[in-house]
Design a protein around this ligand. Structure first.
Ligand code: 6PG
Length: 263
């Protein structure tokens, strides 16, 4: 079973603060239990203020940075210093400010062709596997939602079937918002073994996709985020009012703090 909670926030700064506090609180238990915090990042514009806040002095002592291992939910196949590189974005906003140890930064090598990069990342994930799994158990993944419903680089109607439960990363061809279309993505099988997923969703252009994903019929080929249900884990959606405007729970005037719905 997966616990789902939805937090509706007034604006971007509220989302950033709430997400940063959640990251800090979720980072402690894994370090106590296993000595490290496996933190998976996404690209896109929405998480940038979060990365900047986490990289600021205010959070220097709030997180166990020396015990944090960074992974990526997906990557665009561009070199690391390209403006569209998700790793490059995280490096500038978070990894450099906190002086993350290179040995803890496990990036997807977007400079390779997508198939080679997916194979390379599968090897990386195996090298850092947790006991009983062929990949690291992700303690927390930050995810976004596209207006078309994609998350990570799991695009609607993309042929990813059959999903091989032993293959954690795949090359995909996406076509979204004029962004580079060659990508590598973690597969749902990895997210299903995660402890906590946090989706950050803002803007009226995502209201339909958010409502369909959370409250529409089960149709994961159309709404890929429906596939990301960690077994025994939690999914927290932190969304602004514009993105949440079409959620039934909000229209009924339900409380605007978590949880609005359990699944
Ligand atoms: C990416 C991510 C993608 C992203 C969504 C939302 O690197 O772009 O793979 O899944 O999270 O497209 O992007 P925005 O935050 O820019 O809206």
């Amino acid at each position: 079973m997966t616990v789902t909670q939805i937090w509706i926030m007034d604006d971007g700064p509220d989302i950033t603060r709430a997400a940063a506090e959640l990251v800090a609180s979720l980072s402690r238990e894994p370090v106590m239990a296993r000595g490290r915090f496996n933190f998976a990042l996404s690209g896109g514009g929405t998480p940038v203020p979060l990365y900047r806040l986490l990289g600021s002095p205010a959070y220097a002592l709030a997180l166990p940075w020396e015990r944090t291992h960074f992974f990526w939910c997906d990557e665009r196949c561009v070199p690391p210093d390209h403006a569209e590189s998700s790793y490059g974005q995280a490096r500038a906003t978070l990894l450099q400010p906190i002086d993350a140890a290179a040995s803890h930064v496990h990036r997807i090598r977007g400079e390779l062709d997508p198939t080679a990069a997916a194979v390379d990342y599968t090897t990386t994930l195996r090298l850092h596997a947790d006991e009983g799994l062929p990949w690291p158990q992700i303690d927390l993944a930050i995810l976004g939602l596209g207006a078309d419903g994609h998350t990570a680089s799991l695009f609607p109607q993309t042929t990813l079937e059959p999903e091989d439960p032993n293959v954690p990363a795949r090359a995909v061809t996406g076509d979204y918002d004029n962004r580079p279309s060659q990508r590598v993505t973690l597969m749902p099988t990895v997210f299903r073994t995660a402890r906590h997923l946090v989706f950050l969703v803002t803007g009226a252009n995502k209201a339909d996709a958010l409502a369909a994903t959370l409250e529409g019929p089960h149709d994961p080929a159309r709404w890929p985020a429906q596939r990301l249900q960690p077994e025994g884990g939690t999914v927290t959606w932190i969304v602004d009012r514009a993105a949440g405007a079409r959620l039934q729970a909000i229209r009924r005037g339900a409380p605007t703090t978590s949880p609005l719905r359990g699944a």
